[in-house]
Design a protein around this ligand. Structure first.
Ligand code: ATP
Ligand code: MG
Length: 581
C-alpha cells in the first residue's frame, strides 16, 4: 500500500449520483478525465481485466475468435448503412488533415461485415463468430454514474455469420448460453428480458439486465414467466366493442378542464353517469410532439391515449428511433391554429383532417370504444365519441406507460415492475447489414446468397460499476472473489517490528501459495487502515496486530461481515481455504 498508486478519498465526488460511482472514485479505482470519460487506476484496471478475462474465456468457449478493430474509422461504411446520419448526435465525428470524415466507433457491425466480405466467399467458410473487446465512443446525452454510462467505454462485441436462419438461431443460442455463464461468473443477479433492437434493426433480441434499484432500465415480469424491457412490451389490442346502441356524440361545456383531473371532476359535476363516476380512463388525451429526424427534417405527430396514462418517454423513444420526439412548443402551436391547447381532439387530428397532423392512437383505442375528448374549441369537450364511428386514427402506437398490475401481454398474470442495468444485449440482425454492404457467399449450388448475422454486446467497463453497485455497502466496496483486484488485504497494526516482520513474511507465504495480497504496510493508524480496507473491498482482510502476542491473527470476510481469530500456525492454510472458497 505504501507504493501502490492510490489515494483514497474521504469526500464523495460532487457529481456522484450512485454508490458505485462514489466508491470507485473514493477507493482510487477510477478518476474522471472529462464528463463521461474516465482513467483506470491500478486497482480499477485489475478489476476491468478480470471482467475481460471472464468474457474472453466464455467467448472462446463457444468458438469465438478474437480480433481487434481500430476505434478510429472511416465514414464510408457507416454511410452505406445510413448510420453516419442515423446515429445522430451520439456519434463522435471528426476530420483528418485532408478533410476526410472520420468517426470514433460506437459499435462495429459495418466493419465486421466488410472484413468477412473481404476474406470469405463460400458457405464452407461458415459458420463464423468473431469478437473483440474494444473501446467504444458514444456522445451520450446523459453520461452518468461514472463508468456505468460513459462516453468512452469498453464493450465486448461479437458478430455471427451464417448461411441460413437455422445457423443464426444456433449462434444466438450459443451466445445466450455464454452470456448466462458470464453473468453467473460475475456474480450478478440478472434477468433476461425481451428487448427492442433499436438503431441496429433486426428482429429477435434479448437483454441481460442486472437487477438494481439505480438502474436506468425498467423491466416487467409476470408470475407466469413473461419478462421484457418496458420499451419492448407490446400490450396487444382488446376486441372491438359493439356500438349500435351508443348515443350520438355530443359537445358539452367543460369550463377550465385543461387537465384530465379537472376534466373528470367537471364531467362528474355536469354530465354525471348513472352507473358509476367518470374516471381518467374514460377520457382520450391527445398529445402533440414534433419529431426531429437525424437529417434535420421535422414532422408533427399526435398521440391519443387513455387520459389516466402518460406517454412513457422511453417507450416513445424506442418506437420512434432514430427520430426524437419533443413536446410541441408555443411556436409549433402557433403554426397549427386548429389545435386548441388543452382541448385538442380527433376532430382536427389525422392526415385527412384540418391540421394534417399524423394521428396515432394507443392500442386500447379500438373500434367501439367511447371517449370524452377535446372538442377542438375552448372550454369544450365531446362526449360519447365512438372510435370507428366518429373518428379514426392513422395507426396505432404503443407508448403509454406500463403500470404494476397491468395484464401481461401473453396472459401470464399481472405485471410487476423493477429496475435494472443493461449488461448485455443479443440480437438477430438478419440480413440488414449484409444486404447494405453486399456480404454474399456461394451456397452448395453455386448460387450467391446473402449472409445472415447476429450481433452481441457485453458492457465490460459497465460490468465493473454494476458489480460494485449491487455488492457495495455503506462502508465501501465488497468485491466478489472472481473480480477483486487482490484476494486479500493484509493489515498490519501496531508499532513493533515483530508485527511488521510477521506480516511481511505472511504476505510472502500467501504470494507463494498463489494468493494475491495487498499488504497495508503504511505508517497509518489502525482506524485509517481498517476504513481503507472496507472502502477498497477485498473479500478477505487479515489483521496482524495485538493478537500476535497470543499467537493469533484475525480473518475478516468482507462480504459476510464475519471475523474470526485464527492461530498463527494455521493462518496460511485458513486464508487459502477462505480465498478458494
Ligand atoms: P443503453 O440502452 O444502456 O444505452 P445500448 O442499447 O445503447 O445501451 P448496445 O448498443 O446494445 O447498448 O451496447 C451493448 C452493451 O454495451 C450494452 O448492453 C451495455 O452493457 C454497454 N453500453 C452501452 N452504452 C454504454 C455506455 N455509454 N457506457 C457503458 N456501457 C455501455
Ligand atoms: Mg445506448
Amino acid at each position: 500500500m505504501s507504493e501502490l498508486f492510490v489515494r483514497t478519498l474521504r469526500e464523495d465526488p460532487a457529481d456522484a449520483e450512485v454508490p458505485s460511482h462514489r466508491w470507485l472514485v473514493r477507493g482510487g479505482y477510477i478518476r474522471r478525465a472529462a464528463p463521461g470519460i474516465y482513467t483506470w487506476l491500478p486497482l480499477g484496471l485489475r478489476v476491468l481485466h478480470k471482467v475481460e478475462d471472464i468474457v474472453r474465456e466464455e467467448m472462446d468457449a463457444i468458438g469465438g475468435q478474437e480480433v481487434h478493430f481500430p476505434a478510429l474509422l472511416p465514414r464510408e461504411p457507416y454511410e452505406l448503412t445510413n448510420r453516419w446520419i442515423e446515429y445522430g448526435p451520439n456519434l463522435f465525428r471528426l476530420k483528418d488533415r485532408k478533410g476526410n470524415d472520420m468517426l470514433l466507433g460506437p459499435t462495429h457491425e459495418e466493419m465486421f461485415t466488410l472484413l468477412v466480405k473481404d476474406l470469405y466467399s463460400s458457405y464452407k467458410d461458415l459458420p463464423l463468430v468473431l469478437y473483440q473487446i474494444q473501446t467504444k465512443y458514444r456522445d451520450e446525452a446523459r453520461p452518468r454514474a461514472g463508468v456505468l454510462r460513459g462516453r468512452e467505454f469498453v464493450m465486448k462485441d461479437s458478430y455471427s455469420f451464417d448461411i441460413d436462419d437455422a445457423g443464426l438461431q444456433a449462434a444466438y443460442d450459443k451466445h445466450r448460453d455464454a452470456y448466462i455463464r458470464i453473468f453467473d461468473r460475475l456474480g450478478l443477479e440478472y434477468v433476461i428480458v425481451q428487448a427492442m433492437s433499436g438503431a441496429m434493426g433486426g428482429s429477435a433480441s434479448e437483454e441481460f439486465l442486472a437487477v438494481a434499484e439505480n438502474g436506468e432500465d425498467t423491466f416487467v415480469r409476470s408470475p407466469g414467466g413473461y419478462a421484457a424491457n418496458v420499451e419492448a412490451v407490446a400490450i396487444g389490442a382488446p376486441e372491438p366493442l359493439p356500438y349500435d346502441a351508443a348515443p350520438a356524440a355530443h359537445v358539452e361545456d367543460t369550463p377550465d378542464s385543461t387537465t384530465i383531473e379537472a376534466l373528470v371532476r367537471v364531467a362528474n359535476d355536469l354530465q354525471p353517469r348513472t352507473d358509476r363516476p367518470w374516471d381518467g380512463s374514460d377520457t382520450l388525451k391527445n398529445v402533440v410532439f414534433m419529431l426531429e429526424y437525424p437529417d434535420g427534417t421535422k414532422e408533427p405527430l399526435a398521440i391519443g391515449l387513455p387520459g389516466d396514462r402518460e406517454v412513457d418517454e422511453k417507450r416513445l423513444e424506442a418506437q420512434l428511433e432514430p427520430a426524437v420526439a419533443v413536446p410541441f412548443a408555443e411556436e409549433d402551436f402557433a403554426r397549427y391554429p386548429s389545435l386548441v391547447k388543452g382541448y385538442i381532439g380527433p376532430g382536427v387530428l389525422g392526415e385527412e383532417n384540418s391540421s394534417g397532423i399524423r394521428y396515432l392512437t394507443d392500442p386500447r383505442v379500438v373500434e367501439g370504444t367511447r371517449w370524452i375528448t377535446g372538442a377542438d374549441a375552448p372550454q369544450k369537450h365531446v362526449f360519447d365519441l365512438v372510435c370507428g364511428r366518429d373518428f379514426t386514427s392513422d395507426g396505432v402506437i404503443d407508448v403509454a406507460e406500463i403500470r404494476a398490475g397491468d395484464p401481461s401481454p401473453d396472459g401470464s398474470g399481472p405485471l410487476q415492475l423493477a429496475r435494472g442495468i443493461e449488461m448485455g444485449h443479443i440480437f438477430q440482425l438478419g440480413r440488414k447489414y449484409a444486404d447494405a454492404l453486399g456480404l454474399k457467399v456461394l451456397d452448395q449450388n453455386g448460387k450467391q446468397v446473402t449472409v445472415t448475422m447476429g450481433s452481441y454486446g457485453v458492457g465490460v467497463s459497465r460490468a465493473v460499476a454494476a458489480v460494485a453497485e449491487t455488492t457495495c455497502d455503506e462502508k465501501g466496496l465488497r468485491w466478489p472473489r472472481a473480480l477483486a483486484p487482490f484476494d486479500v488485504q493484509l493489515v498490519a497494526t501496531g508499532k513493533g517490528t515483530e508485527v511488521a516482520d510477521y506480516a511481511a513474511g505472511l504476505a510472502q507465504e500467501l504470494d507463494a501459495a498463489g494468493i494475491t495480497v495487498l499488504y497495508d504496510d503504511r505508517k497509518a493508524s489502525p482506524g485509517v487502515k481498517f476504513a481503507d480496507a472496507e472502502l477498497l473491498g477485498m473479500p478477505t482482510t487479515v489483521v496482524v496486530g495485538r493478537g500476535l502476542a497470543e499467537g493469533v491473527v484475525e480473518l475478516r470476510d468482507r462480504i459476510e461481515g464475519t471475523a474470526e481469530q485464527v492461530p498463527v500456525a494455521e493462518a496460511v492454510e485458513r486464508i487459502v481455504a477462505q480465498v478458494r472458497g
